[in-house]
Design a protein around this ligand. Sequence first.
Ligand SMILES: [Zn+2]
Length: 358
Amino acid sequence: MAGAGRRVRDGTRWGDDDVRRDAAREGDDLRQTRSIVGVDLGGTKMAVGLVDGEGTICDLAVSPAVTTSTEACLAEIERRLDRAVADYGQIDAIGVGTASMVDFRGGRIVLSTNLPLRDVKLRDLLATRYGVPVAVDNDANVACLAEHRYGAGRGTSEMVMLTLGTGIGGGIITGGRLYRGASGAAGELGHMVIDFDGPRCQGACPNSGCLEVYASGRAMGRAALEAARARPDSGLGRALAAGEEVRGPLLSRLALAGDPVAVEVLDGIGQKLGVGIANIVNIFNPEIVVVGGGAAEAADILLGAARRVVAARALRPQRDEVRIEPAQHGNEAGLLGAAALAMVELFPEQSPAGERST
Ligand SMILES: [Zn+2]
């Protein structure tokens, strides 16, 4: 299907870099020819696309998420998939990644903060309707699979992924497999405590001093605003006075431009992140820790600070062996990961040895 080129509909497209990358892959031989439809079901948008075995998005449609009711939300998913099936002809599987709590083994969306989906057996519902195997998982796991199969972690067997968003999503690959734990809830790396007496965590977490209190995208926004108020003479302070939105993206932009206060704030957050990563390095001895989400633009500053802390705090030999790298996929990670999930779970014989979840 890669030969058909990629179409992007509904006025939304990923960055030009992605288009260039697709063009570069046009001539590549495909290792396999499965037609996988990936669905990225987020709290604000839904992306449905055809992804080939090399992780090339051959066709993509993006639309706002429908949040008015469960029925309307499911109807929109089916409307989009109907169209995909009509457009693509024969499809082999559907993979869904969603910003929800998911019972992977049951194929069920347990609960979603931003979508009206609660106790919905999405896997069986879609499998029955479309007559193909379906896999459903949460966004943190599929982002991890996207980077492991098609991104920064390609070729590794021990990998940990952190996604800095509203919270911090985590994913663990061990022995080439996604680690899910006894009840599928493993990988909540954002809730590792890095300060016993730290501030209360957010959402449903009863803990205090969790990593995500200090290093999530939301925490970056908070730190940027505090710095802007405390230092009105800084770039952040001037932006605040000018009525600009002082959040993570501005912090990254100013830090990259060399604003010393912004660099200091981002470096401080990177150090906190480094404490968390040092724990991960000691426990899992990964080949690579991939960091995605917020501050992707200023990854050198953020991850530079994290690497310094890991070098100082983690144990040998694991600290000398680990690479700490930015994710290679941004907006498209959910869609690619959903397709990777379907490949890994439904066609394990076409995946690298053992690349199937436990
Ligand atoms: Zn927590």
